[in-house]
Design a protein around this ligand. Structure first.
Ligand code: SF4
Ligand code: SF4
Length: 118
């Protein structure tokens, strides 16, 4: 069976800088309105007041989400490079690897997403 590759994104520490969006768009020369990855935002909305500190907690996540145009940077990877979003991520929260090795990392902490292509 062919080895499957993917991206593991630790969105808990994503700053929302959108550098991955621009790097991907430049690398693939996507036209206006087309993107290989988008940084989606959910929140802020009130979650609860039940923290140890007694303070209010909010849900506010920025979640980088590859689109149907993502090819996991096949041309770069074939040359031994990382995908350009991984290379340029300003917070170093993106990883490229096999699904098996990324799944091991995924199990180590919450607020991550694992993504692959067909
Ligand atoms: S892996 Fe490549 S094609 Fe996919 S989102 Fe990242 S930069 Fe874009
Ligand atoms: S470059 Fe990294 S930190 Fe910036 S929005 Fe993309 S995933 Fe988040």
């Amino acid at each position: 069976m062919a080895v499957k590759y993917g991206l593991l994104i630790d969105f808990e520490y994503c700053s929302g800088c959108q550098t991955c969006e621009i790097a991907c768009k430049e690398e693939h020369d996507f036209p206006v309105g087309r993107w290989g990855i988008r940084v989606l935002e959910d929140g802020p909305w009130h979650k609860d007041d039940s923290g140890d500190d007694g303070g209010e907690h909010f849900n506010w996540n920025k979640i980088p989400t590859p689109t149907d145009l993502c090819d996991l940077c096949a041309d770069r990877v074939a040359k031994g490079k990382k995908p350009t979003c991984v290379h340029h991520c300003q917070a170093d929260v993106m990883r490229f690897g096999t699904i098996e090795e990324l799944a091991i990392e995924l199990a180590k902490k919450p607020k991550q997403v694992l993504w692959t292509v067909c």
